[in-house]
Design a protein around this ligand. Structure first.
Ligand SMILES: Cc1cc2nc3c(=O)[nH]c(=O)nc-3n(C[C@H](O)[C@H](O)[C@H](O)COP(=O)(O)OP(=O)(O)OC[C@H]3O[C@@H](n4cnc5c(N)ncnc54)[C@H](O)[C@@H]3O)c2cc1C
Length: 558
């Protein structure tokens, strides 16, 4: 990592202030909020610069190059559960791109939008509504204030039809460590429109090297948007017993294989994960550092009439195709599940109106359930909601009491402890069983409640998300130890994360004799020999070429 001694940093700060204006450069206490995160990682942040245009990003990079100051770009910096806005290495200057928040272009005929890093899910929603454009926002559980661009660079996913967010990226522009502007060969050759309509370009596919990496500052991105379908239906189902999981997995896979794109992602959640959405955390029963006792979970689940596993999915299509798909879902899932129900927006509205007439607790419980379903349906319709984000607050973290109801949730600001373990799991009954057994065995050993979600990210693979919820003040080490144990046992069993938090990247990148990570290092050295961008993010840091060659010849001799 380049040395950023005070004098070079001071020179850089002066130059940035001159070029961008005083308000665009933050130092001292003004940087504190960028260090707040949910995974209990501490980072020294030298300063924050906030460019407003691509030209300003170029200036920021030029000055950083001259003074050898490491930069760490963020879009909205809400990478909660993975590190929030904190940089991978100490003494970095954060490049906060949230002021670059223009929707640059929408092509309603081809269904693509070009936007800057600071554009949030809610902003795109408002833009599409204002211009009456019939598209879904590719929303995530992280909610309205999160960027689309940063999420796609993390290869994040959601449950709307274009659920794989990097797959929907058609084109991007980035400032390289050299200060040059990267764009695809087709765009360079004058084919901007077709570049926005075709993902792969020509020649080696390079856009992907800007994801989960440290090789460029992405200044704009073109995304393919899914059109609002004629009809959308949400369905829910239960697998009553723990042992019903295997047949549920087989049914879900069969549906994904037979229904194709009309079927959105299906989520399977264990009952503890469902309880985290509908019950307050039973602090009195779960002593600090211990999990919620089994009999208590049993009682809460019984009171709420929860099955052991709860499933939710969506059908997207026309008034002809959705009923046909519904019949297929009934045929496949019906015999293996309980309580299979389908809801459209209008049906939910009607049920909510009816339930408001039912007095007492039953009426209240039903209204609450219908409200949650309604919010879930909104998410499936590409409308960002905070529904899923509340999970971060289940065990720890306080929403300020004088909170303005319009003020968005922010788990990093509010001291929530959450660290995502997000491994890929082959969609077979055997793999899922081995995976679930692993989570339920390991998490409680570290005082972590085993909350499990399995999301179909293709017809072959689940990504599972286990939120390691912990007290940020007292349980940081416990949470990290739990993550490590899950990573290592998962590795033995064949389940590996699709994305890593700041503290844990070493579990992948520090593997000895890894040709993959040595190759990443070579690419890094070719593009960023001075380690100017995001040092330590998905790469090992400084590895001189001689050391890479030595490691290679050592392997040859083995
Ligand atoms: C309860 C809860 C639910 C969540 N649900 C989801 C979910 O459903 N799906 C999901 O994917 N995530 C989810 N998250 C995780 C996370 O909050 C989101 O992925 C969020 O969108 C990431 O933050 P961001 O958009 O502000 O990206 P940022 O934090 O701005 O970016 C993430 C990282 O990408 C890099 N980066 C960002 N912008 C640039 C750029 N312009 N150039 C170069 N590099 C850049 C940086 O290294 C940065 O640290 C959830 C989190 C919580 C707590």
């Amino acid at each position: 990592m380049p040395e950023s001694n005070p004098s070079s940093l001071d020179l850089a700060l002066t130059s940035w202030r001159q070029a961008l204006g005083k308000d665009a450069v933050l130092t001292g206490e003004d940087c504190d909020r960028y260090g707040r995160n949910c995974i209990a990682v501490a980072r020294r942040i030298s300063a924050v610069v906030c460019p407003c245009t691509e030209a300003e990003v170029e200036i920021v990079v030029k000055i950083a190059r001259d003074q050898k100051i490491p930069l760490y770009p963020i879009s909205t910096g809400h990478n909660w559960g993975y590190g929030s806005a904190a940089p991978a290495a100490d003494d970095s200057v954060i490049v906060d791109l949230s002021r670059m928040n223009r929707v640059l272009e929408v092509d309603p005929v081809l269904g693509v939008v070009t936007l800057e890093p600071g554009v949030t899910q809610q902003q795109l929603r408002d833009y599409l509504d204002q211009h009456q454009l019939p598209f879904l926002v590719p929303v995530t559980g992280a909610g309205p204030t999160c960027s689309l661009l940063g999420n796609a660079l993390e290869r994040g996913y959601g449950i709307t039809p274009h659920g794989d967010h990097f797959a929907a990226v058609m084109a991007l522009r980035a400032v390289l460590p050299s200060g040059e502007i990267y764009q695809s060969a087709i765009a360079e050759a004058g084919g901007k429109d077709v570049d926005h309509a075709y993902k792969w370009g020509v020649g080696p596919y390079l856009d992907g090297i800007f994801t989960q990496s440290s090789l460029g500052i992405v200044t704009q991105m073109t995304l393919a948007l899914a059109r609002v379908p004629e009809r959308v239906e949400l369905f829910i189902f239960g697998l009553p017993e723990e042992a019903d999981l295997e047949s549920g997995v087989d049914a879900v896979r069969a549906l994904r294989q037979s229904l194709g794109d009309g079927l959105g992602a299906i989520n399977i959640l264990n009952r503890l994960r469902v309880l985290s959405m509908i019950e307050p955390y039973p602090l009195e029963a779960a002593a600090q550092g211990k999990v919620i006792p089994g009999d208590m979970i049993e009682a809460m689940a019984k009171r709420r009439r929860l099955p052991y596993w709860f499933g939710v999915g969506a059908l997207y299509g026309t008034k002809e195709t959705v009923p046909a798909m519904r019949r297929r879902v009934k045929k496949t899932l019906g015999p293996r599940s309980k309580g299979l129900l389908f809801f459209s927006k209008s049906r939910l509205g009607l049920l909510q109106a009816l339930m408001s007439l039912v007095p007492g607790t039953l009426g209240q419980v039903m209204q609450e359930r219908l409200r949650t379903l309604d919010e879930t349906l909104d998410i499936l319709l590409g409308r960002p909601r905070e529904t899923a984000l509340k999970l971060a607050y289940w065990k720890s973290g306080g929403v300020p009491s004088a909170r303005d109801p319009d003020e968005p949730l922010d788990p990093a600001r509010d001291g929530c402890g959450i660290m995502w373990y997000a491994p890929l799991v082959p969609m077979t009954a055997r793999s899922v069983r081995s995976y679930v057994d692993m989570i339920t065995e390991i998490c409680p050993k570290f005082g972590i409640n085993p909350l499990i979600t399995l999301t179909t990210i293709s017809e072959r693979c689940f990504d599972s998300t286990v939120p390691i919820l912990f007290d940020l003040q007292t349980e940081g080490e416990q949470a990290q130890a739990c993550y490590r144990a899950l990573f290592e046992e998962g590795q033995r069993r064949g389940f590996l994360p699709y994305r890593m938090n700041l503290k844990s990247m070493g579990l992948y990148v520090d593997r000895e004799n890894s040709v993959y990570w040595r190759t990443v290092e070579r690419v890094k050295q070719a593009l960023d020999p001075n380690q100017l961008f995001s040092p330590g993010r998905y790469h090992r840091g400084v590895v001189p070429e001689a050391a890479l060659n030595a490691a290679e010849s050592e392997m040859d001799n083995e």
